[in-house]
Design a protein around this ligand. Structure first.
Ligand SMILES: [Zn+2]
Length: 134
């Protein structure tokens, strides 16, 4: 057993971790862009970037090995970022508008706002009840 076997095994595990996340993101993405062919996902040795998107029909998306160790929300964030590059290769406004639409980290902010609003509603109700009692 050489070093290569171990490295290949590790590679497979990272692929196994990221592949279902990728498919999940892809399903959401392709629902709105049904004409785009399924991209090829690869695990790369990228050290400077979490992900890379290159080529076309089909696009190739290379994800950093390190991404497998990150929280799933962040994995989704990176995958959606790369998927959006299939539509916009740049980082202009349109790109971020599209990314915001899919990105779970953006969604989280909305969730937090909604939670806060719900809590305020609760508080308001309690205060109103208290006032009704007296
Ligand atoms: Zn980018």
């Amino acid at each position: 057993m050489g070093k290569g076997v171990g490295a290949m095994k590790a590679n497979k595990t990272e692929y196994q971790i990221l592949s279902p996340v990728f498919e999940d993101c892809w399903n959401k993405f392709s629902a709105e862009f049904p004409h785009i062919p399924h991209p090829i996902m690869r695990i790369g040795k990228n050290k400077k970037t979490w992900g890379l998107c290159y080529g076309c029909t089909p696009a190739k998306i290379s994800l950093s090995k390190a991404l497998a160790k990150m929280p799933s929300k962040f994995q989704q964030h990176v995958i959606f970022h790369e998927l959006c590059h299939i539509i916009y290769p740049n980082h202009r406004r349109e790109f971020y508008d599209l990314l915001d639409h899919f990105d779970p980290t953006h969604q989280k902010q909305n969730d937090r706002t909604n939670e806060r609003l719900a809590r305020m509603e609760e508080m308001k109700k309690k205060v109103m009840e208290e006032m009704g009692k007296t």
